[in-house]
Design a binder for this molecule. Structure first.
Ligand code: GLC
Length: 754
């Protein structure tokens, strides 16, 4: 019999431990604040402004003026110094030769791995596995910290509904709920529980904000976002990152409704500081402050400095506005000294939390070696879970390892560089295991493997190798085609208007299809591509994103059945570019196309009378459905959803709703299923999306196994920002779905009452 007293004493111990931890944190915070004030009181204005300046170095050399600036305390941070000796020398000058010895904070973009390269963030999002995302960031932090970095500009959490935008590769897709959970997980991975620990580094939530709403998917372009939409869709991941304790925030290049982010007081003061209580520091993006002149928001660099500090940018990356003009602005009384002091407090707080001012030698930097077996295993696991099975006709996959012969074809079949994806800075191609190498290692001598690249690279139009590729396919039982995008075709400044496979890859696929051999199409890309027509030519399609160092082993294990695919799309796939923007959590409109007879373009009679009877919000030529919906992904087994139950059909606002479903594996392979929970608020004071993701769980089931999957939904999460920018949860009728993607699932109804 469990004794009550012992339960109370256990609870008491827990409470005391929590209180002790909290009071320790508070006292540590107080101690740091005291040290900040003591240091600040000794700083000249020039030294204060120096902390607010970050410069990118030239890797391996220190220009004389940089040396002087460091020695005179006119520099606070260095970006991208990868030579350990140079980095150590700069830090020595800062600590030993400057008047106050404040160390530099050394920064580097570690977007999806440092030496061990994990799947691009969009790929990691397809795994719907926050623990994996956290673990990858933890490894990346350890490797980057060993190399001498204290700070990285990650996670990027820009919601993106437009795959023409190259930076969709760097974020977590189109949904704010999924992106929020993964952003917080990545922050925890980089920062751990103690920023001063040797293996943790400061993270940076970027790009604040609305960058993914760039008009036309053209990078850096205008974002027109009603504030309610900004708060309901684009800001939640940043709020989650702040709640997870992210140390820094980076402003975005774009304007929002006429105000560039680096001069945006609503964003940086009202929302970030006053509403959210963020107490780290804000860094501008590369030159984004100076670009406010191009935007036509500032007349010159002096106005840039004034508007940026007033809005709340603490540190300037790579442009000279603060260094050249802030001192004058303060001395002329245009900018209150307090704004500078507050900015320096924010920066010093993170430097203290990093322990930079405590370590006897605040710095160590060394070249790091090859990835360990452990980190490679994690890279493979993450790649396996990120890859999405889009098609598997007649269960072609998994192939048998006893297969007699297999053709390995395509420009990405044996390329160790492109599969590392965008923003790879320090991954080495010597570490990459390509698909060809992995298939050879897995099948050994028992299978004949016929390789042909077909094209030298993805953009190539040179078809001279086609004949050989066809020949290799003809000799084989199955053709594995590895196609997609080179890494450089996504990421920053790489928007594309046409989203088909680049170069002559479509033609290569058509030529191989003429052999009549079964095709497994593996697409490696940084964004959703328009692949409908080529997918028709394949019996099976795997979407692998850019999976990183362990691309080959992950794909080989999935193709030959050592693993079952479990990835689900974190972003909608359009049938054509003309459908963009296309996303699952859209509004219903006054003319929803569902359940209507829709005449398609070729059905319209000649000289038809101009009318719109029964027509709806869709396209005459391609309809309204995506190629593949958000949350979609197949498995090698079959899952069945039954018995959706709600704890109540009528509940008070503020209560919790328990939702359960019985999930069964009725197939023959053990596999993971990502069970998704969506809601719809049927009637609101503002129109509401047709679906909103509010929960997901990844469940592993053996063949024949059934599990009851239970969600607890807080009704407080069913709200939105009304026109007064108040977050409201309104009474009324709701639909709720639990299922395998955003377009299917068991549905139930419930009512919210005041
Ligand atoms: C860039 C990017 C940003 C990156 C920064 C530093 O232009 O927009 O994401 O962190 O420069 O490299």
């Amino acid at each position: 019999m469990f004794r009550i007293e012992s339960f109370q004493s256990v609870l008491a111990v827990h409470m005391i431990t929590i209180l002790m931890f909290c009071s320790l944190a508070v006292s540590k915070g107080k101690e740091i604040d005291h040290r900040i004030e003591s240091l600040l009181s000794r700083m000249t204005l020039s030294e204060k402004i120096g902390q607010m300046v970050q410069i990118n170095t030239l890797n391996g050399e220190i220009p004389e003026d940089l040396n002087i600036r460091i020695r005179e305390g006119r520099l606070g941070s260095i970006l991208n110094e990868i030579d350990p000796e140079t980095s150590l020398e700069m830090q020595r000058i800062a600590v030993d030769e400057s008047r106050l010895g404040i160390p530099l904070i050394m920064a580097r973009d570690v977007i999806h791995g440092y030496r061990t390269i994990f799947p691009i963030p969009l790929g990691q999002a397809a795994a719907w596995n926050p623990e994996l995302v956290r673990a990858c960031a933890e490894v990346a932090a350890e490797e980057a910290a060993t190399a001498g970095f204290h700070w990285t500009f990650t996670p990027m959490m820009d919601i993106a509904r437009d795959p023409r935008w190259g930076r969709i590769a760097e974020g977590f897709g189109e949904d704010p709920y999924l992106a929020s959970i993964l952003a917080a997980a990545m922050v925890r991975g980089f920062q751990g529980d103690d920023l001063s620990a040797p293996h943790t580094i400061a993270a940076c939530a970027k790009h604040f904000a609305g960058y993914g709403a760039a008009e036309g998917g053209r990078d850096y372009n205008t974002a027109i976002i009603p504030e309610g939409l900004l708060r309901d869709v684009y800001l939640p991941p940043f709020k989650a990152a702040v709640d997870a304790g992210v140390a820094t925030i980076m402003t975005s290049f774009n304007e929002i409704n006429g105000v560039p982010s680096s001069g945006n007081t609503l964003l940086l003061r009202q929302i970030l500081r006053e509403e959210w209580g963020f107490n780290g520091f804000v860094v501008s993006d590369w030159g984004s402050m100076a670009e406010m002149i191009n935007h036509g928001f500032c007349a010159d660099l002096k106005e840039v400095a004034e508007k940026s500090i007033e809005a709340g940018v603490d540190m300037e990356m790579q442009s000279p506005a603060y260094a050249d003009h802030l001192e004058d602005l303060v001395n002329e009384g245009e900018v209150p000294l307090k704004l500078v002091d507050d900015a320096v407090r924010n920066i010093l707080r993170i430097k203290f939390q990093l322990g930079l001012l405590d370590k006897p030698s605040p710095y160590s930097a060394r070249t790091i070696g090859k990835p360990s077996q452990k980190t490679l295993e994690l890279a493979k696991r993450t790649a396996v879970e990120s890859i999405v099975l889009l098609k598997n006709e007649d269960n072609l996959l998994p192939l048998s390892k006893g297969i007699r012969s297999v053709a390995v074809i395509g420009p990405l079949a044996d390329d160790p560089y492109e599969v590392l994806g965008t923003w790879n800075r320090d991954g080495q191609i010597e570490d990459t295991v390509t698909p060809l190498a992995a298939v050879q290692a897995l099948l050994g001598e028992s299978t004949k493997i016929h390789f042909a690249a077909g094209l030298a690279y993805t953009r190539s139009w040179d078809q001279k190798e086609f004949k050989n590729a066809v020949k290799q396919a003809e000799k084989s039982d199955v053709a594995l085609l590895f196609v997609g995008e080179e890494a450089i075709l996504s990421g920053e400044a790489h928007s594309r208007a046409f989203l088909n496979l680049p170069g002559a890859q479509d033609d290569l696929i058509y030529e191989i299809a003429k052999t009549g051999k079964p095709i497994v199409l593996i697409v490696l890309a940084g964004r959703p591509l328009v692949i409908g027509e080529v997918a028709e030519k394949a019996q099976a399609v795997l979407y692998a994103w850019h999976p990183g160092t362990m691309t080959g082993p992950a794909l080989a294990d999935l193709i030959f059945g050592m693993e079952s695919p479990s990835g689900k799309l974190p972003v909608t796939f359009p049938k054509a570019e003309g459908q963009i923007p296309i996303y699952y959590n859209h509004k219903n409109t006054g003319r929803p196309p569902e359940n209507r007879e829709l005449m398609m373009i070729d059905d319209i009679p000649l000289r038809a009378f101009q009318s719109a009877p029964g027509d709806a919000s869709r396209y005459l030529d391609i309809g309204y459905l995506p190629l593949y919906p958000f949350g979609y992904g197949l498995s090698y087994t079959e899952f069945e959803y039954k018995n959706l139950q709600l704890s109540s059909e009528k509940l008070q606002i503020g209560e919790n709703l328990n939702v359960s479903v019985d999930l069964s594996n009725i197939g023959t392979a053990a596999a993971d299923e990502i069970v998704q929970l969506y809601i719809q608020d049927l009637v609101g004071s503002l129109t509401r999306p047709v679906k909103e993701l509010k929960g997901f769980q990844k469940i592993r089931l053996e063949p024949g196994e059934t599990k009851k999957v239970i969600f607890t939904l807080s009704t407080n999460d069913l709200g939105f920002h009304n026109n007064d920018m108040r977050y409201v949860v309104e009474p009324g009728d709701f639909h709720i779905w639990v299922g395998e993607n955003s377009q299917s699932g068991l549905m139930a109804e419930f009512e919210l009452i005041e």
